[in-house]
Design a protein around this ligand. Structure first.
Ligand SMILES: [Zn+2]
Ligand SMILES: [Zn+2]
Length: 329
């Protein structure tokens, strides 16, 4: 493993075993294995936690639908305050434990170095403060605006709505798959010029990421990334599902960008933490645009599993495309 790290250009930090696609996408496909994978690796514990967190937010601190029949700025502001409080607790909690208290040291940390301070490319010359600014002001604000718009449409019964609890539960599960497509498409678009330079480069300044890097994005990227709830303009959804979409989009990138592959909870308990698949995207840019649940990168030849072979493949793709550019000039 040390030799692989050195040849990947990294000499320090934790490298997990190479990533495999989920059982349904292996050959031959293993549907039963997929069910097990979904329950033990995908839903537990993080995805279940996002569904529960969204239910808690929706039931306890989200204003009732009647309030949105005539939409006002104060309603958007209330949702923004809710988003800010939620992110300070959940994202800030992870940052405090992992990066300030350094509760598990560098165990399972992808990079041994800590987050940048004194670097001019970040606002306030501080990676954490910069990331918090974009996350709370732009991310939380645009999420609040989108949620208020959808609530207004539900309050006025202008869009189709599910009424059975079972249908809402099934659609909540479907959101993970819909986001697999939505994220791949908007992320791939953001890597094209000039959108990359205008917007997405801001997220990619974070090569070594922390919990606040997850949705540290340019407002233009937030407009695209947070637009998932708008699929429910055409397919039946519910106000809870809209809240769930936005809670999921705001919170799930915090463990995935935490910088730690696993979280140690006490001496003997460890849970899945970071997303190695997306961490490789932050290291190498032109691989792993999508999500592992729906590995579209496998179809489009941009899948990097962290192995030396995948790395050599990526390098020959880069060489081939630069040769084409040279030929054309
Ligand atoms: Zn990212
Ligand atoms: Zn990217």
């Amino acid at each position: 493993m040390i030799e692989v790290r050195a040849r990947l250009g990294r000499t320090r930090g934790y490298d997990p075993a190479p990533i495999d696609v989920p059982p349904l996408f292996q050959s031959p496909p293993r549907p039963l294995g997929m069910v097990r994978w979904l329950i033990t690796k995908y839903m537990w514990p993080q995805s279940i936690a996002w569904i529960g967190l969204a239910a808690l937010m929706y039931q306890t601190v989200t204003p009732g639908l009647d309030r949105f029949a005539s939409l006002g700025l104060d309603d958007v502001a209330l949702l923004w305050l809710r988003n800010t409080a939620m992110m300070l607790v959940i994202i800030g909690g992870q940052h405090w434990w992992l990066h300030i208290r350094r509760g598990q040291g560098t165990d399972y940390k992808y990079e041994e170095r800590w987050l940048a301070k004194g670097r001019k490319s970040f606002l306030f010359a501080d990676q954490t403060k910069d990331n918090m600014f974009w996350t709370l002001v732009s991310g939380g604000g645009i999420a609040a605006l989108y949620e208020a718009i959808m609530f207004r449409l539900y309050a006025n019964e202008s869009i189709p709505q599910l009424d059975s609890l079972w249908a809402i539960a099934a659609m909540t599960f479907a959101v993970f798959w819909i986001e697999g497509v939505h994220f791949y498409l908007n992320h791939r678009l953001l890597h094209l010029d000039p959108l990359y330079g205008w917007a997405h480069a801001l997220h990619h300044r974070n090569v070594n990421t922390g919990p606040w890097s997850g949705i540290s994005m340019h407002p233009l990227e937030h407009l695209l990334y947070l637009s998932l709830p708008f699929v429910f303009l055409v397919i039946p959804g519910s106000p809870y599902i809209v809240t769930f979409c936005l809670v999921y989009l705001m919170i799930s990138p915090s463990p995935s960008h935490s910088g730690f592959d696993r979280f140690k909870l006490g001496d003997s308990i460890e849970v899945h933490g970071g997303d190695y698949f997306h961490n490789l995207h932050h290291r190498y840019f032109e691989v792993n645009y999508g999500m592992l649940l729906l590995p579209l990168d496998k179809c489009f030849g941009t899948f990097h599993d962290g192995s030396l072979e995948a790395h050599q493949e990526m390098k020959s793709r880069r060489r081939a495309s630069s040769e084409v550019e040279v030929d054309m000039t």
